[in-house]
Every structure is written in C-alpha cells, then in structure tokens.
Design a protein around this ligand. Structure first.
Ligand code: ATP
Ligand code: LTN
Length: 332
C-alpha cells in the first residue's frame, strides 16, 4: 500500500551541547518537514556511548537535547520525538544487520577513521559498528528521507547498501532511504581551524558556538575566529576558508546570498564583518534560548514526553523487526 505521507527519520547524539553547526546544518531542516511528512526524530544516546562518556553528563544532556529540539520547533503533536535507547528494537536489529555487514565496508567510513584515531590502541567495537546501529534506526521505520548534514552522506549510502543486500539475500523487506540535505545543507567548520568540521565534542570551546551560549560569549567567539591576511570579504573556500565559513554562517542566519554579503562588506575590515556575524547568530538563537530555558525547568514534563513517544516509536519498530526476525529464520 502506498503511504499517504513519506516518512522522515533523523537522529542527533547527546554527545555535547548542540552547536550552530548541528542547528544550521541539520536540525533546522527538521522543523518545516513536519508539515509535509511523517517525521520521527531520535536522541541517539546509544551512538553517543561509542566514545567515552561521563554517565551523569550523558543523562543530563539527554534531557537538554529533548528540550532543545522542542525549543527549535519540533512538535510532538506532529512528530515522534524519542530517545533511541528507550526502544530496544534498535539494538536487536543492529545484531541482525551485523550478520550481513562486512568489515571492509565499515572500515572505509571516514568518521570511523577520524574517531578511531582518537581512541588510540583500544578502539571500541561499538565505534566500528556505529553505522550499522544507524542503519537499524533508519530501517526500523520504513524511512524514505533522512535529513542530515553532509558529513553523514557516506553513512546513509552504507545504509542503502545494507538494506539492498538484505532485500536481495532474503526478499524485499526494507525501504531504501534517500539522504536529504535541504537548503542549508552546508558543513560549518571550526571557528579555530576551518579545515575541521565544527563539532560539539571539540576540546576547544572557541571552536564552536553552542545553542545555549550567552550573547556576549557568542560575540567573543566570533571576534576570535580565525581568518586570513587577505583582508577582503569574498567567498573563496580554498584561499580564504575561514572567511568562507563565516559567510556560510551569516548567509544561513540572514538568508543573504554571497554576492549580497560581499557587497555589504565591500571596503570594510574583518572586524566589522565578524561583529555582524556574531549579531546575526545572537538574533537567531535568542528566542530559541528563551523557550529552552522554560522547558528545561520542567523535568517531569520531559519524562512524560519521552515515555509517550518511546511507546509510539516502539509500536512501529516492532512491526518491521518481527518481519526481519521471520525472514532470517528466527522462531516466534
Ligand atoms: P560529535 O562531534 O559528537 O560526533 P556532531 O557535532 O558531529 O557530534 P552529530 O550528533 O553526529 O553531531 O550530528 C547531528 C547532525 O548534525 C547530523 O545531521 C550532522 O550531519 C549535523 N552536523 C554535525 N556537525 C555539523 C557541521 N559542522 N555542519 C553541518 N552539519 C553538522
Ligand atoms: N550518526 C548520526 C546521528 C544519527 C542519525 C541516525 C542520523 C543516529 N541515528 C539515524 C540520521 C538517521 C549523526 O548525525 N552523526
């Protein structure tokens, strides 16, 4: 049967406080999609555990993540917003998919290569398996579209490979998902090193702007952002990566094109430009922060919401899981 609405699924790890990279690159796209699609959004706490976490911090950030998604406009009346580990079907399907996933394809993932370097000699098995858990997330809900930032493209491709292989080896079971980057699908880079992506788990706090940073902190971080010695505001990713990144941020916040921005800052110094970028970010974040500050105070409300939404998600996930169990030959 054709679905009335396409299913959208995405997740975000509670591995730090969300940054404007997460927001402008991915989460912001999730909001308007709610009016058009059947949307399911997850706090991927099991993914966060693939790198060492302080338990109390992880717990706290899980609440903060739910509150922040509500604050940006995810509406539980329209969408399912739940915590990944509350639905055990995810880990179960991960195992079943592992039985059809290859070491070779997983070792080619660039995120694995980057993150495993940071784990030294004792690389976690879970870090290697991260994309298979992501495949389970997506495939459990018969997902059509996966709105993510462009750094996740390779993972979504792998999900398609795993699903296609399963369908081939058994019989058509999984829907093949498409990645969706939206208009603001740009990858925002670190403010301190424009060759690295802005990441919420960066040790250097000046490298990113958190969604909860105070206005003065935001202004200061932009003041300190790395630029170059060319001295002209123009979009050139190769020779002026720092400025190009600031232009991406400014463009995302104001809706202005690169040409408009170049014109606006013609003959002006980087100081003026950085100040304007800081103000534009403050303007976008202030109303979100006000809502967030109210929501985070009411833990009981967040608990209720997590519980109700996990139940809704579990019903849908079970349906697909049951089918998979049967196909691979498990009894019952
Ligand atoms: P970590 O640093 O802990 O790996 P992260 O900041 O990369 O985390 P994720 O939870 O892995 O964040 O990703 C959440 C979403 O944000 C994904 O869709 C991802 O593509 C997007 N995203 C993350 N960083 C950026 C960025 N710098 N620019 C654009 N999108 C991003
Ligand atoms: N690995 C993802 C987070 C994530 C995800 C998902 C995204 C976990 N499960 C399912 C899309 C669909 C990331 O963005 N780093």
């Amino acid at each position: 049967m054709e679905k009335a609405k396409k299913t959208v699924y995405s997740g975000i790890q509670p591995s730090g406080t969300f940054t404007i990279g997460n927001y402008l690159g991915a989460m912001r796209n999730w909001v308007p999609m709610q009016d058009q699609y059947d949307c399911i959004y997850a706090i991927a706490d099991l993914h966060a555990l693939t790198v060492p976490q302080v338990p109390a911090e992880l717990r706290k950030r899980t609440y903060e993540s739910v509150a922040m998604l509500l604050a940006i406009g995810i509406d539980p009346q329209k969408s399912i917003l739940y915590v990944q580990s509350h639905v055990p079907a995810h880990t179960e399907l991960t195992w079943l998919l592992n039985c059809n996933a290859y070491m070779g394809e997983l070792s080619r993932m660039t995120q694995y290569k980057d993150k495993s370097e940071r784990q030294g000699k004792n690389i976690r098995v879970a870090l290697f398996d991260y994309p298979v858990l992501m495949a389970a997330d997506i495939l459990l809900y018969e997902t059509d579209l996966v709105p993510v930032g462009d750094d996740q493209k390779q993972h979504v491709e792998l999900v398609r490979d795993l699903a296609g292989r399963f369908n081939q080896n058994y019989s058509p079971t999984f829907v093949l998902p498409e990645p969706y980057f939206g208009e603001s699908g740009t990858r925002l880079m670190s403010l301190q090193d424009p060759s690295r992506k802005m990441s919420k788990s960066d040790e250097n706090q000046n490298a990113y702007v958190s969604m909860t940073d105070q206005p003065q902190v935001i202004r200061n971080k932009f003041k300190r952002a790395i630029t170059d010695s060319i001295g002209k505001v123009q979009y050139d990713k190769t020779s002026q990566p720092g400025i190009a990144n600031l232009m991406d941020i400014y463009s995302s916040c104001t809706g202005r094109s690169y040409e408009e921005i170049e014109k606006e800052f013609e003959g002006k110094g980087y100081g003026d430009f950085k100040m304007a970028v800081g103000e534009a970010v403050v303007e976008v974040l202030e109303p979100i922060q006000q809502t967030y500050n109210e929501l985070i105070k009411d833990k009981a409300n967040l608990d209720n919401l997590m519980k109700e939404n996990a139940q809704k998600a579990a019903v849908r996930a079970q349906k697909v899981l049951r089918k998979v169990r049967r196909k691979v030959g498990l009894v019952g």
